[in-house]
Ligand binder design. Structure first.
Ligand code: ADP
Ligand code: ZN
Ligand code: ZN
Length: 758
């Protein structure tokens, strides 16, 4: 990296961590020194040597260069876990755009004073004879408290301090004095909070029925052996395991971790919080016992902090958790596993908006470890990298516990309307439901509502109003206009279908509650459970509903995408997807991919045991490739077709996309800044229109939140680094203007390869 000056932060626990000090780079370090490097610098008037971290290298001197001091030296060896994380924060700041402090807070999450739980105990250092002599001596001197301590310790060689100071009314100074005399020793032991206790204490942990680790199948063994022998030969490329649900991915993860742990390394396992169920944790516990711990959002800060401490000290080898578990400070990290790697929750929604996949790969490379991704429906990003050889690709094609893939029927809702059926249930779904209820088998009804579905479509022919420029669906606004939220294109809402002339042009508003009501009307005998954001405000209620259903306490489970994860329901033989179009026409280029993922996962819920399963997909668009390929469970075919679309419109992963959010309490100011940013991009990226593509500015799809106005710009380029360059220019511009008291109320946020719509 070129540049004569380095900006260095000195004290990372300081509030003003974002205020760097500038130093000159000595000749021998020029071009070698990296951002994130740990350096020693003279600091303050006394020029005391202090440890610092380089957060920027620049050619711009902020003071007269002769007033600047030189960096003393770079610390290359004996890097602490913390040093690695500073380097990581620097990387995140550069890659994703944020302040250094926000990046540091992300990677060092509980950097605050947390009271440690300590356990102190007392140990007698004297022989019984010596103790007796001292005891009698104390009594003579009327030191009754000391005598009491000695008497107790003569009975029990080691006692908790709390017992002595509590029940025996001995003061700490008394104990300290005894220690000084050499009679006792006071020992301090950290008493870490352990979130696994609930598992350890459970009968399941001890019950034999959970069995020993499975013997891997041939398919599984081949993957395990290939990855591990590659690892032993120094291969560190990321692996992608593509395997349908139930194909035994988790079992492979467990074996991989075992091998890595045997080699003296540790492992991090990321699982979306919603899939982090008791059963999953138990499987890891059965394998690794107290050497595994778990992090989740229900843990207190103290508990989270303790898990970090346990990892640092080498008390555990494995941590399981959602995205933030990535920053567990293991001393010898060897492996990071990301299960369900396509999930949206792996993308952070606050600054820095990092993706766990890329961040995991960076962390692994800092530790000479590697990453394993797993999914039944890999993200297009990962699968395209696997196909190009950047990742190693492994396939698991069979269900380990048996069970055939279900039979899938697609129902054309336009036909239903033609036949006069306006109910939520098609005739076919209705018939199959009746059959299941009579047979005492269970049903899942799935409403794949996701994100913002403000699209309007024709109920007679299925036509959806789309943006002519961006090929995403237009959203209906209260003022009667249809708006594209990528480019701002607007048109007047239509009263009749431009394709077939039908008057049935409508938005889609059915929610889970309405479905529940319809069920009570149509099937009054059936017991119904509903699972959505309203009924699962706490994590426990989520598991409770799943447990009730698993125990057969209801016939029908209605819910949003939450229900397609986690549990196995062997008695479910019918899955109904009520309106596949709901996720198909959200105003987002990933709509097709998400629909494919959701439908595939939902379909995978039917027929998990020996009873064959059936799936009904209701849609207005039965020919859509996402629906066609999902109904055949054909990932390959879906991938090929979706990639063509991404390449045509330069959406990720065919290109990279940077979303820029401009938010302001004043609509005009926000709009003005968004336009200034648009112009800056045009000026600075000299290839706008061929290489760099700028879309917007336009109001965000949620254009006002809490009276803050939101505007969006999108830039696309095949090269990620070009987008980073633009981000850096914009960051610098805004920083400079802020110093001149401009744009102080406006917020500008960057989101690379966004996964959520704005
Ligand atoms: P995935 O993670 O791909 O959904 P799992 O690892 O959870 O799959 O495996 C699905 C089911 O198959 C589990 O009940 C698991 O215990 C069982 N299973 C996995 N591998 C084997 C094996 N080699 N032999 C027997 N059962 C297995
Ligand atoms: Zn129509
Ligand atoms: Zn558009």
């Amino acid at each position: 990296m070129e540049g004569n000056y380095a900006n260095v932060i000195i004290d990372i626990s300081h509030e003003k961590v974002d205020r760097p000090f500038q130093y000159k780079i000595p000749d021998e370090l020029r071009g070698i020194l990296r951002v994130g490097a740990c350096v020693t610098v003279p600091f303050g008037a006394g020029n005391h040597l202090r440890k610092g971290y380089v957060i920027e290298i620049t050619d711009r001197a902020e003071f007269a260069p002769d007033k600047l001091k030189y960096i003393a030296f770079v610390q290359e060896k004996d890097l602490t876990a913390e040093d690695y994380y500073i380097r990581l924060a620097a990387w995140m700041k550069e890659q994703y755009g944020s302040t250094m402090i926000a990046a540091l807070k992300t990677v060092l999450p509980v950097k605050q004073k947390i009271k440690k739980l300590e356990k102190k105990s007392c140990k007698l250092l004297l022989s019984p004879e010596e103790a007796k002599v001292l005891y009698e001596d104390c009594l003579k001197k009327h030191q009754v408290a000391k005598a009491r301590v000695l008497a107790s310790l003569m009975e029990e060689e080691e006692l908790p301090v709390s017992l002595l100071t509590g029940k025996l009314h001995v003061s700490m100074p008394t104990l300290n004095s005894l220690e000084k005399q050499g009679a006792i020793q006071i020992m301090t032991e950290n008493n870490y909070r352990n979130p696994m206790e609930f598992v350890e204490d459970s009968k399941d942990a001890r019950s034999e029925s959970y069995g020993e680790k499975k013997c891997l199948s041939d398919e599984q063994s081949v993957i395990l052996n290939d990855i591990i022998s590659g690892y032993d030969e120094g291969e560190r490329r990321t692996c992608l395991i593509h395997g349908i649900t139930g194909s035994g991915k988790t079992e492979v993860y467990l074996s991989l971790i075992e091998e890595i742990v045997k080699r003296g390394k540790q492992a991090i396992v990321l699982i979306p919080e919603i899939a982090l169920t008791y059963q999953t944790v138990l499987r890891f516990y059965r394998c690794f016992g107290s050497r595994v711990s778990v992090i989740n959002s229900t843990l207190s800060k103290g508990e989270k902090y303790d898990q970090c401490e346990r990892a640092k000290k080498g008390d555990i080898d494995v941590i399981i958790g959602p995205r933030s578990a990535l920053f567990t400070p293991f001393p010898n990290l060897g492996l990071i596993i990301i299960d369900e790697e396509h999930e949206n929750t792996y993308k952070s929604e606050s600054m820095p908006k990092y993706h766990a996949r890329e961040t995991a790969i960076e962390i692994a490379s800092m530790h000479d470890g590697f990453v394993v991704l797993g999914s039944a429906t890999p993200s297009l990003e990962s699968y395209s990298r696997a196909k190009s050889g950047e990742y190693r690709l492994y396939e698991l094609t069979k269900r380990q516990a048996g069970g055939e893939l279900p039979t899938v029927y697609t129902v054309d809702l336009r036909e239903e309307l033609k036949e006069g059926n306006r109910s939520i249930f098609s005739r076919q779904l209705y018939g199959l439901m009746e059959k299941r209820l009579r047979a005492g088998e269970q049903i899942i009804l799935f409403l794949n509502r996701r994100g913002y579905a403000g699209f309007i479509s024709c109920r007679a022919c299925g036509h959806v109003m789309k943006c002519p420029h961006c090929d995403v669906s237009l959203s209906e606004h209260k003022n009667g206009k249809l708006v594209c939220h990528y480019c701002g294109h607007e048109e007047i809402s239509v009263k009749s279908c431009p394709t077939c002339g039908s008057k049935y042009m409508l938005g889609f508003r059915a929610g889970t509650q309405q479905i529940e009501e319809a069920l009570h009307k149509e099937f009054p005998e059936a017991k119904v459970l509903r699972m959505d954001a309203d009924t699962t405000r706490t994590k426990d209620s989520y598991e409770e509903i799943l447990n009730h259903f698993a125990n057969g306490e209801a016939d029908i489970l209605v819910g949003t995408q939450m229900i397609v994860k986690g549990h196995d329901f062997p008695n479910v033989t019918l899955v109904g997807i009520l309106a596949a179009d709901l996720s198909l026409h959200i105003n987002d280029y990933r709509a097709g991919e998400r629909t494919f993922q959701l439908l595939t996962q939902a379909a995978g819920r039917a027929g998990r045991s020996n009873k064959p399963g059936e799936v009904v997909i209701q849609t207005y668009d039965p020919e859509h490739y996402s629906i066609v390929h999902a109904s055949k469970q054909d990932y390959q075919a879906f991938y090929e077709e979706e990639m063509l679309y991404r390449e045509l419109l330069l959406y990720p992963p065919a290109a990279h996309m940077l979303a820029i959010l401009v938010a302001s309490p004043q609509e005009e100011a926000g709009s003005e800044l968004a336009h200034i940013i648009g112009n800056l991009i045009k000026e600075n990226a000299n290839d706008v229109g061929h290489g760099t593509y700028l879309i917007g500015p336009a109001p965000a799809s949620v254009s006002r939140v809490n009276d803050i106005y939101r505007f969006m710009l999108y830039i696309k380029n095949k090269e990620y680094s070009k987008l980073v360059d633009i981000k850096n220019i914009l960051e610098l511009y805004i920083e400079e203007r802020r110093q001149q008291e401009e744009w102080r109320k406006e917020v500008v946020q960057f989101d690379f390869d966004p996964m959520n719509s704005y």
